[in-house]
Design a protein. Sequence first.
Length: 147
Amino acid sequence: MTVEAFGKFKKVRIKSLSKKYGMYRGKGLIVLDDQGITIKGKHVKSLGARWGIGIALMFASAVLTRGAVVLGFIPVYLLVEYAILKQDDIQIPWDKVRMFAVDPKKKYVGLDFDGPDWTSPAILYTEQFQPIVSELLRRIPTKESKA
């Protein structure tokens, strides 16, 4: 059985899931099937890549404008956190899911999984959260994180 949910990935935190905020941004999709979970969307780059891009943007703005414009920290932060993202489709086998959490009031489904730090957790706001939760509970009931 395949279950999927479209929605918007959020930079929010579900406290029972992780101390980290969601690493995906914007519109996306979660698909659950026999192989595992597929996350389709855009996520932030690694911390080193974000710092490198940020420093390069600040330097380039200063050089290209001969010092008239130097991008500050906040615009650079917004660019590397929300605009300069990596489009990625990640396949997560069921045994690599560490835990999942649901916030039914806010319609969030959060997934924490083994993989690069800049891809986990993924938190999706979706109106279709109930079928996803039902399928997660059916396949990996022991990995539900409760508040």
